[in-house]
Design a protein around this ligand. Structure first.
Ligand SMILES: NC(=O)c1ccc[n+]([C@@H]2O[C@H](COP(=O)([O-])OP(=O)(O)OC[C@H]3O[C@@H](n4cnc5c(N)ncnc54)[C@H](OP(=O)(O)O)[C@@H]3O)[C@@H](O)[C@H]2O)c1
Length: 250
């Protein structure tokens, strides 16, 4: 199906690994030009550059730490030079840690809030002047914001906040045509899962698959399909929504 994304300009934060990488590759295959960023100069980032070169199109994998506001400003300097405008922004970069609430330090709270929420606030603020009247902003949330998870109060607080940010921006900018939505993910199998010791990995897959209606974990490609839809005109009447991509997890 032609989604009309040929030549569209997309920014996906945190695209070197995991869910973000799946989104970047799907957009590139759909004909969009993609800028993505990650923190580290890793083999993952270099292999993404190679894969994007094979797909073709105008893509850039930049090293920017979104916890630093000046690096977000510098990311947008490069976006203005390379693209000049944007059609899609995906706030995907995220961090998580598992910490008992009484041991959660202010520094760790700030690290998670700065990565998952403040970066999305600043990236979106920089992006709005570059987005045309059919622009779409997608923030990657989590089902955990709705149900809560022990040891991740700080993480779930940021994902719940993304929902409020999105709903308010949908109303503030609705008259301009700009759309803002959240994809609330269940458990998505990424390289992080592959890197676990076999026994731990199998236990995790079994435990979380059993919680889903579909009886399995999701894939980055399945999240990317939802992003393609939100990037396309097919979703033109959808804004302020939280869409669950979670296999019916409870
Ligand atoms: N995987 C899941 O099951 C799941 C479930 C619910 C929600 N989510 C959400 O989905 C998103 C992606 O998760 P994931 O599992 O794919 O994560 P991941 O495998 O840890 O990948 C995160 C990506 O974001 C980048 N990143 C992190 N902090 C950054 C920063 N400060 N500046 C720039 N880039 C940064 C990383 O860069 P480097 O490669 O340089 O480290 C990496 O490329 C997150 O928002 C997460 O909360 C994931």
């Amino acid at each position: 199906m032609n989604l009309g994304l040929d030549g569209k300009k997309a920014l996906v934060t945190g695209g070197a690994r995991g869910v973000g990488r799946g989104i970047v590759l799907a957009l590139a295959r759909a004909g969009a030009d993609v800028i993505t960023c990650c923190r580290q100069d890793s083999e993952a980032a270099r292999s993404l550059e190679r894969e994007l070169a094979e797909i073709g199109g105008k893509h850039h994998v930049l090293r920017k730490d979104l916890v630093e506001p000046e690096q977000i400003a510098s990311l947008f300097d490069e976006i203005r030079v390379h693209f000049g405008e944007l059609d899609l922004v995906v706030n995907n970069a995220g961090a998580i840690s598992h910490v008992p609430y009484e041991k959660l330090t202010l520094a760790e709270w700030h690290r998670i809030v700065d990565t998952n929420l403040t970066a999305a606030f600043l990236v979106t603020q920089h992006a709005i002047p570059l987005l045309g009247s059919s622009g779409s902003v997608v923030s990657i949330g989590s089902k955990s914001a709705e149900v809560g998870i022990p040891l991740r109060a700080h993480y779930t607080a940021t994902k719940a906040a993304l929902v409020g940010l999105t709903r308010s921006l949908a109303k503030e900018y609705g008259s301009t045509g700009l759309r803002f939505n959240v994809l609330a993910l269940g458990v998505i199998a990424t390289e992080a899962l592959d890197a676990m010791p076999a026994e731990q990995r199998e236990a995790m897959i079994e435990r979380y698959a059993a919680k889903t209606a579909l009886g399995r974990l999701g894939t980055p490609a399945e999240v990317a399909d939802a992003v393609l839809w939100l990037a396309s005109d097919l979703s033109r009447y959808v804004t302020g929504a939280t869409i669950h991509v979670d296999g019916g997890i409870s």
